[in-house]
Design a protein around this ligand. Structure first.
Ligand SMILES: [Fe+2]
Ligand SMILES: [Fe+2]
Length: 265
């Protein structure tokens, strides 16, 4: 029988959890087009993690009332995060370019179209890359794990709870601290976390950040459904997410950041 502690260490021991992609970003100091391609893949992956889809209703249908409340609180707190992430990406790109590439960083469509353009330019020839959506195969696969929230059956609902745990733990411990490291702490972009355009970061990072709370809620959810029968499904949901995201981080690291090559040389 698995305990919640074992499930949490399972995530902590996965290579995705300590992936150096954001540290290599900080070392390599990527150019404007590379920043655009990185943000394009990260932004689209992140946007797939926000909607609850049929998963919220499915939880209720299967009598998972407490779990539904916790998951709903997470989903509701994600409102506007897509546009705020676009603003932060546009701001970072303007700062890196030291000129206005994006005239209005609050215009989400303008920023997203530019990110797509950069991504197609740099990653467009990769096998499986979709030029219409500007998504690498690895990003598509990560998004596919989250799109299982459209299913309503019991087994997938439990798997989705496992995916939520892995997602929120990664967001709180690897993704957001990683972004804060390369975007703010490395001082590559002459910006301040208190800049209004950086609101996304301020909202997500640290003790009072959204992700801290999401992780707590996700742990509560898993604790409340964990038993001998659900454990394999929870682990499957966690692993599908962690393995898919690991492939995405590996791709961004090798194709765009040379796996820290600049620092080693
Ligand atoms: Fe968010
Ligand atoms: Fe989250």
């Amino acid at each position: 029988m698995f305990t919640i502690k074992q499930l949490l260490s399972h995530i902590e021991n996965h290579r995705c959890y300590s992936h150096p992609v954001f540290y290599n970003w900080g070392k390599v100091n990527p150019d404007v087009a590379t920043l655009g391609a990185l943000f394009q893949q990260i932004q689209l992956f992140c946007s797939s993690t926000r909607p609850g889809g049929n998963y919220l209703e499915a939880m209720k249908e299967h009598g998972l009332v407490k779990e539904n409340h916790l998951q709903r609180a997470i989903v509701e707190s994600e409102e506007n995060h897509g546009s705020e992430l676009a603003t932060m990406a546009g701001h970072v790109i303007n700062k890196k370019a030291k000129q206005t590439i994006l005239a209005d960083v609050y215009d989400q469509e303008l920023v997203e179209n530019k990110l797509k353009e950069y991504s197609n330019q740099l990653l467009g020839n990769l096998p499986g890359y979709n030029k219409d959506t500007a998504l690498a195969l690895q990003t598509q696969k990560s998004i596919a794990v989250l799109s299982r929230r459209q299913a309503r059956d019991y087994e997938t609902t439990i798997k989705n709870i496992g995916t939520t745990l892995a997602l929120e733990k990664i967001s709180n411990r690897q993704l957001i601290p990683g972004e804060k490291h390369c975007l703010v702490d490395c001082n590559l972009y002459d910006l301040d976390i208190n800049d209004p355009e950086m609101h996304y970061m301020l909202e997500h990072f640290g003790e009072i950040g959204a992700e801290q709370e999401h992780e707590k809620y996700a742990i509560e959810m898993v604790k409340s459904v964990l038993n001998e029968k659900t454990a394999p499904l929870i682990i499957e949901g966690m692993d599908d997410f962690l393995n898919a995201l690991l492939c995405l981080w590996d791709l961004l690291d090798s194709a765009l950041l040379q796996s820290g090559y600049h620092q080693v040389a």
